[in-house]
Design a protein around this ligand. Structure first.
Ligand code: A3P
Length: 327
């Protein structure tokens, strides 16, 4: 079996974090040891990275954080944000210099707890980003991430996706990096973990609710976006994103077709066809092409039984009751 990515392991933990873990709720799944910290489940190395981030990250007010539950379209959101910010810097005579053409979106926008703070508590941040604004990303829930942002007014964009599609996407992704056949038995066990709320970054409902509440409390700081809306009305949504980030498309840019160019550059078809995404790997040794699959809404219908569908829908309905959030 392929070695697990470092963030899923438990071999890089300080004595202090060991003591903390011993006081937390703990579980085990087929990949490793999990503990529940601030309401969310993490593998131990990820918890260490997250604590490193909370303690040591020095935000700048202009920083932008792209947040999501795993397999919700993070790669797409990163690509769009990069393209939106990058357009002010681009030399139109030389479009081949665009960073998306030579790196995967995850190589350009690092995760706090997966890339930056995983190996060391005090990373050299210039290695990750020197430009302003800097783009970062995370799968942590909002309340946990905010501890690392201290009181900085950094903008946060959350991308939410139908949880059944995210589950199927996660199943494929997991089988791929573990070099396993895409087996129904793995999906069944992931489904059970999801329903019990005990799985990496779960419970999903609390995750989504943290950002939902944050976006209601402070809409200028937290933008709540949906994968499905990006699929059905990409033009409107990319404009909404650009506006929120403080880089709205001008009338001239719209008239010149730039919004469509950004969408085309960031389309699944285009990104997945780029050499860097066909052959490259992230620094955690995950193939770049694992981040691109079908990108369809409702693909879960091909895999989940009606019983599974009903169970997930009932759980989500119950957990979101009274919140105003509908999924
Ligand atoms: P599927 O597995 O359903 O196809 P993440 O980026 O959070 O890891 O999520 C991966 C999911 O987003 C995968 O979904 C992938 O195909 C989809 N995706 C990746 N890039 C995309 C893009 N440019 N446009 C739309 N969907 C994209």
């Amino acid at each position: 079996m392929a070695e697990l990515p470092m963030n899923l392991r438990d071999d890089n933990i300080s004595e202090e974090t060991k003591t903390l873990i011993s006081s937390l709720p703990r579980e085990r799944d087929s990949q490793g040891k999990l503990c529940k910290y601030q309401g969310c489940w993490y593998y131990y190395n990820t918890l260490q990275a997250l604590i490193n981030f909370q303690t040591n990250f020095q935000p700048r007010d202009s920083d932008i954080v792209l947040a999501s539950f795993p397999k919700s379209g993070t790669t797409w959101l990163k690509a769009l944000a990069i393209a939106i910010l990058e357009r002010s810097k681009q030399n139109s005579d030389d479009p081949l210099t665009h960073p998306l053409l030579s790196d995967n979106p995850h190589g350009i926008v690092p995760f706090f707890e997966i890339d930056m703070y995983l190996k060391t508590a005090t990373p050299d941040l210039t290695k990750f980003s020197t430009s302003s604004p800097s783009l970062f990303s995370t799968h942590m829930p909002l309340h946990t991430m905010k501890e690392g942002l201290k009181d900085s007014p950094c903008k946060v964009v959350y991308l939410c996706r139908d949880v059944k599609d995210a589950l199927i996407s996660r199943w494929y992704f997991r089988c791929k990096y573990q070099n396993k056949q895409v087996a129904g038995s793995i999906l069944e066990s992931m489904f059970e973990s999801f329903c019990s709320g005990v799985s990496f970054y779960d419970p999903f409902w609390d995750h989504a609710l943290s950002y939902w509440s944050g976006s209601l409390e402070n809409p200028k700081q937290v933008l709540f976006m949906r994968y499905e809306e990006m699929k059905t009305e990409p033009y409107v949504q990319v404009k909404r994103l650009a506006e929120f980030l403080g880089y709205p498309f001008t009338k001239e840019e719209e008239e010149s077709g730039l919004v469509n160019k950004v969408l085309e550059l960031c389309s699944l078809r285009n990104l997945s066809g780029l050499e860097v995404n066909k052959t490259g790997k992230t620094w955690m040794n995950v193939d770049n092409n694992s981040y691109f699959r079908k990108g369809e809404v409702g693909d879960w219908k091909n895999y989940l039984t009606p019983e599974m569908e009903t169970k997930i829908d009932m759980i989500i309905e119950e957990k979101l009751q009274g919140s105003g959030l509908r999924l």
